[in-house]
Design a protein around this ligand. Structure first.
Ligand code: PMP
Length: 306
């Protein structure tokens, strides 16, 4: 198991920096029993000039606010306050390249009454790309993403990850690296913790919002495609389209951009290094380290001719 903290690690907890090993949560919290909590997954990166920057900090804390609203969890923090707290956590733990996990959890509440307050913790640790650096062998799960009429799919809610973990564990138990989940209409939705892009006839296609967590990395990839003149399409994707596709990748804050070697029996024939996904992977790396987006086209062309 990864080591998330040690005796000298600090977290932000309800307004204070406290040692991770001394922080206490309430076992009667509604989040522990029923999954009524929301969280974020954010990364900070050491910049080319040596400073530390949280990538798309405002977008992440805005999503935390929207997730809390979707679950009717009280939210009384400003983005500025939580971003400042996150930088404090990074500094106190001497972290630059870090994965940051804000968690909003409910107070003790065994009833189904609305919560009158909530708690926040912000943790950070070093974490390699969540799905590794190798091309992935992916399995279409027979566990579907939740019905959007039953869950608030745009919210990053604690309870939703029961579905993600079940699908991921099932794929691994069958000898694959990761799962790809369909939505309840049978279209491709997303990975357990990352969004999905498929290259069809040179174009990058990704499922529309509605049945997925519309990721901040997915939005960044779409922005990068604009800058790099890569054509995109946002529309429902049928699993049958995989057979005619050239390449695919997952993207997410924790996973960053990671190529897919195969989905079930279909192996992608285009070498990963020649795919738009590989170009985006390089551009994304440069962007999170502070390169201005308008320079990326130039940079990726230089990289390609090396
Ligand atoms: N889908 C799911 C289910 C996820 O857990 C994540 C990770 N937060 C993503 C997509 C990607 O979202 P983001 O790019 O905002 O990290």
């Amino acid at each position: 198991m990864a080591s998330y903290y040690h005796d000298e690690s600090y977290i932000y907890h309800n307004g204070n920096l406290v040692k991770a090993k001394d922080a206490r949560i309430d076992l009667y919290s509604q989040t522990m029993h029923y999954g009524m909590g929301v969280f974020e997954g954010i990364r900070s990166y050491r910049q080319q000039d040596g400073s530390t920057a949280i990538f798309k900090a405002t977008e992440h804390f805005e999503r935390l606010r929207q997730s809390a609203a979707a679950l009717h969890l009280p939210y009384h923090w400003t983005d500025e306050e939580l971003i400042a707290a996150t930088y404090q956590v990074l500094k106190r733990n001497d972290l630059q390249d870090a994965y940051i996990r804000p968690l909003l959890y409910a107070p003790s509440n065994m009833s189904f009454q609305p919560n009158s307050c909530s708690n926040i913790a912000i943790m950070a640790w070093e974490m390699q790309p969540f799905l590794g650096n190798q091309l992935l062998r992916v399995h279409i799960s027979d566990i579907q993403r939740p019905n959007p009429q039953a869950f608030q799919m745009h919210a990053k809610a604690v309870g939703h990850y029961v579905n993600s973990i079940m699908a991921s564990q099932q794929a691994k138990s069958r000898g694959y690296d990761e799962a790809l989940l369909l939505d309840n209409s049978g279209h491709i939705a997303e990975g357990p913790g990352a969004n999905f892009f498929l290259q069809i006839a040179g174009k990058l296609v990704t499922p529309a919002a509605g049945n997925i967590l519309p990721g901040i990395t997915r939005a960044t990839v779409l922005e990068l495609c604009e800058a790099l003149d890569i054509q995109t399409e946002v529309r429902p994707i049928s699993p049958a389209e995989i057979a005619g596709a050239e390449s695919a990748f997952f993207c997410g804050t924790a996973a960053e951009i990671v190529g897919i070697a195969s989905i079930d029996q279909h192996s992608f024939s285009m070498p990963w290094a020649q795919t738009p996904g590989a170009r985006l992977q390089q551009a994304y790396k440069a962007l999170v380290q502070g390169a201005p987006i308008y320079q990326l086209n130039e940079q990726s062309e230089i990289a390609e001719t090396k």
